[in-house]
Design a protein around this ligand. Structure first.
Ligand code: ZN
Ligand code: ZN
Length: 180
């Protein structure tokens, strides 16, 4: 079985223990996309980041939308996400740093997402280098908490004085607004 897309890194010559998609990101994808209760959820920002990378590779734009901050989801263009994912020749992922606790409800993951920019793999390898911010958001319905990606390129449907999107009870500008 081929390894999960998030387990492939062009910087490593071989994988000592390749983890299959079905044992890695697939349970997260299936749970969020096919199961209303989404019982299997990313426990950490790094886990969510990995599963989002795999969702790009496996062309699951719904997963990308559903794991973006709820206050941003209306502003996402799912067709644009899908065509971009489809047009990219993905080549692997490398997590450089996972800052698991950046304030109470924030985390950052620094990574390189590799892709081939030409047919010639040797000189076509390039990387998107990103430091992404993730928020742990409390659901008003059942008080459960879940990690979401904060997309720095997308608007947020909130005013500076409203209670924060993460459910902390603070004003947005003093909480997650600091990271926007
Ligand atoms: Zn994976
Ligand atoms: Zn907040």
């Amino acid at each position: 079985m081929p390894p999960c897309p998030c387990q492939v890194s062009p910087k490593l010559d071989f994988l000592t223990k390749p983890v299959a998609y079905s044992d890695c990101c697939q349970p997260y994808h299936d749970s969020l996309l096919n199961d209303d209760t989404a019982t299997i959820q990313a426990e950490t920002a790094e886990r969510l980041m990995r599963s989002r990378y795999s969702a790009f590779v496996m062309l699951k734009p719904d997963y990308i939308v559903k794991t973006t901050l709820p206050a941003q989801q209306d502003f996402l263009d799912i067709n644009a996400i899908e065509s971009w994912a489809r047009a990219t020749n993905w080549a692997g992922l490398e997590i450089l740093e996972h800052t698991a606790k950046l304030g109470k409800r924030h985390a950052q993951v620094e990574f390189e997402a590799y892709f081939n920019s030409s047919e010639n793999k040797d000189d076509g390898l390039k990387a998107h280098h990103e430091r992404s911010t993730f928020l742990k958001v409390k659901s008003r319905a059942d008080n459960s908490e879940r990690w979401y990606f904060l997309d720095p390129t997308v608007e947020i449907n909130i005013s500076q004085k409203q209670p924060c999107i993460c459910g902390s009870g603070e004003k947005f500008k003093r909480c997650c607004g600091l990271y926007v």
